[in-house]
Design a protein around this ligand. Structure first.
Ligand SMILES: [Zn+2]
Length: 328
């Protein structure tokens, strides 16, 4: 196949992306005012998906200073449809709802979990390899495939390296981010603390980060990496994948992967990458649904992914040079 040198999936600049999410939330206010004026007690929403799967997409989330939301319930399309048809013929369905929940002002459950293995090379230890996955999830199930298991994979990769008695040349940082599902809040907070505000030139600390690796495409085996349009990084990953070709195909694409925390680091001109993973039932069934549970995490794949990751982290931490940036 002909090699592609430009990416087809366009990345929206991060500040623009954040702005669009903010205005998207406010768009609900008008609807909420209408429902309140009508004397509504709750909102029932439905999302058409594969048969029998409950998807809570479209349930509203509340930001400080927004209108106080009504209780939202995600229901199955067939239940929604039946109620609509009853109403259309003048029958009034009787609905009983039970909601037990609490609104927390304190963000005690939305935190970043950061760990570090300090490098040993006198010159290189000030440089970092950062690996990350998000720790939060959606409310319809426990979030095993998005993104619980990948947190486990990253921790396990570091455990393998530590257990083997390895001391890296560069410093390795692990970030398990809170609030990714709410607009990359955790990784953004970390990045602002360390690399400066979004609208300024990336600071000197950002230049010490050799690479950021993100794991958040479900729980299938790692097959390769998205270059995020950073063609200069291709030789680095070709070399790294070569010795593990029995474990991982090592596909490298110039394409972008979107919609998760590596976009935060990419904004600061840090080489930031997501992995290509077997899709399994991620997009069709488990992503954000009531099926995002441990039963759909293939143990062998995530064990293999931890080994692949351990090798990649090791290789990046030992290189003489940093991973090349898109622009210098
Ligand atoms: Zn995710």
């Amino acid at each position: 196949m002909e090699e592609k040198l430009t990416a087809e999936v366009k990345q929206t600049p991060l500040p623009e992306l954040i702005k669009s999410w903010e205005t998207e939330d406010f768009g609900e206010d008008e609807f909420l005012r209408f429902v309140e004026a009508e004397g509504g007690l709750a909102v029932l929403k439905t999302e058409s998906m594969h048969l029998g799967i409950l998807h809570p997409a479209g349930t509203y989330y509340y930001n400080m200073n927004h209108l106080k939301p009504l209780p939202y319930f995600a229901i199955m399309p067939e239940h929604f449809g039946r109620m609509l048809r009853m109403l259309n013929i003048g029958m009034v369905p009787l609905i009983s709802l039970n909601l037990e929940t609490e609104f927390y002002d304190e963000s005690e459950n939305s935190v970043n979990i950061i760990g570090q293995i300090t490098g040993s090379d006198p010159k290189l230890k000030k440089e970092q390899i950062i690996i990350g996955a998000h720790f939060d999830s959606w409310h319809s199930s426990t979030g095993a495939t998005d993104n619980g298991a990948n947190n486990v994979v990253l921790v396990e990769a570091l455990r393998i390296l530590t257990q083997a008695g390895y001391t890296p040349r560069r410093t390795i940082v692990i970030g398990l981010w809170g609030g990714e599902e709410l607009a990359y809040l955790g990784s953004l907070a970390y990045a602002r603390d360390h690399f400066g505000s979004l609208d300024e030139e990336p600071n000197t600390e950002s230049k010490k980060v050799s690479v950021y690796l993100n794991l958040d495409s479900g729980v299938g085996a790692i097959r390769g990496i998205f270059l995020q349009e950073n063609e200069f990084a291709r030789p680095v990953f070709s070399k790294i994948f070569k010795p593990i070709k029995d474990l991982c195909d090592g596909t490298i694409t110039i394409e972008n992967d979107l919609s998760t925390d590596h976009e935060t680091f990419d904004h600061y001109n840090i080489p930031a990458f997501q992995f290509i993973q077997d899709p399994l039932a991620y997009d069709t069934a488990t992503h954000h649904t009531n099926l995002d549970v441990l039963e759909y995490v293939p143990e062998k794949d995530i064990m293999k992914n931890a080994v692949i990751l351990a090798w990649i982290i090791y290789s990046l931490a030992e290189m003489n040079e940093k991973v090349p940036r898109k622009s210098n």
